[in-house]
Design a protein around this ligand. Structure first.
Ligand SMILES: NC(=O)c1ccc[n+]([C@@H]2O[C@H](COP(=O)([O-])OP(=O)(O)OC[C@H]3O[C@@H](n4cnc5c(N)ncnc54)[C@H](OP(=O)(O)O)[C@@H]3O)[C@@H](O)[C@H]2O)c1
Length: 283
């Protein structure tokens, strides 16, 4: 893992083509935590648009053919800049069953010690808040996360449910962010801002990304395009849900070619898109 991450081989392509540079620090350079409010998401996709496929047990996850240590390192660089990580209730249930990779690795895994030092130097707390979007409200607070760091967002029914009462008594904050059973996309940005979550790293899947896009609550999308065609009949793509109308416009903010991620001559593209109205505050 360290070897894979230590190799240089990243070519800046846009906005300014430049000489090869190391992978480490690539996304730490993208905007210090002081740059104001920012909600950002990060995905890896195959060339044919797959972000998740079922494994032999039918459990959906990032396909092994595209997952790679260099992309995972960049995931951690984005994580340590966050004052809140946004996940789905479904993810926390799958994490408790040990079925999915740990999206909070940056905050405890020994491989990311240097990133935690960076975080500390920015005066950020050791752990971010964990914002959970859920309709079902049927997960337990993860044993390794202080329940007082959990901010659970649901609809009116979910926030009044037995699951919500259980979470509150464990120390979590549960907020109704929608009149119906789920979170209302249009209220998401306001609720996050009222909770003091300025720099939110959304690491949910395609339904969560849909909610962010529908509520104009996505400021940046980091997208790794892995050079693989995967096929598959059951699949997840980047955004899933009702058609987005008007279609949110994003603009390319930066593009790198990581030449070494998938073996000789089969690099991956590291793109970052910004909401069309985002300024250049992070530069
Ligand atoms: N390739 C990549 O980079 C990448 C990145 C992220 C995720 N993924 C993959 O995508 C798959 C799905 O991930 P996921 O389960 O985290 O995300 P998801 O499919 O986006 O999340 C679905 C869950 O989010 C909650 N939710 C969605 N809309 C809601 C609303 N309006 N109000 C309240 N809650 C709402 C619900 O949780 P409840 O069930 O608790 O109600 C729902 O089950 C996984 O296989 C994952 O590996 C891939």
């Amino acid at each position: 893992m360290t070897d894979a991450v230590d190799a240089a081989g990243v070519l800046p392509l846009y906005p300014q083509p430049g000489p090869e540079r190391p992978l480490r620090g690539l996304y730490l350079d993208h905007g210090p935590p002081t740059a104001g409010r920012l909600i950002y998401a990060n995905f890896i996709s195959s060339l044919d648009g797959r972000v998740a496929l079922p494994d032999e047990h039918g459990v959906f996850g990032v396909p092994a053919a595209i997952a790679n240590p260099r992309d995972w390192w960049l995931f951690q660089e984005l994580a340590v800049q966050a004052d809140a990580m946004l996940v789905s209730g479904r993810y926390l249930r799958a994490r408790a069953r040990g079925e999915v990779q740990d999206l909070f690795a940056a905050f405890h895994d020994s491989r990311y010690e240097e990133l935690r030092r960076w975080r500390k130097a920015q005066d950020l707390p050791a752990w971010p808040r964990v914002v959970v979007l859920t309709r079902a409200v049927d997960f337990e607070p993860p044993p390794d996360i202080d329940a007082s760091r959990l901010l659970v967002l649901s609809g009116a029914a979910g926030a009044a449910s037995a699951g919500a009462r259980r979470l509150r008594s464990a120390g979590a904050e549960v907020v109704a962010a929608g009149a119906e059973d789920g979170v209302d996309a249009r209220r998401l940005r306001g609720v996050l801002s009222e909770a003091g979550c300025d720099r939110v790293y959304a690491v949910g899947g395609p339904r969560v990304l849909h909610l962010l896009a529908a509520g104009a609550a996505l400021d940046r999308l980091y997208l790794t395009l892995a050079p693989r065609l995967l096929g598959g009949e059951r699949l997840s793509t980047l955004v899933e849900g009702a058609m987005l109308d008007p279609a949110p416009a994003l603009k390319l903010r930066s593009l790198y070619y990581d030449q070494v991620a998938h073996g000789a001559g089969a690099g991956q593209l590291l793109a970052c898109y910004a909401a069309a109205d985002e300024g250049d505050a992070g530069d």
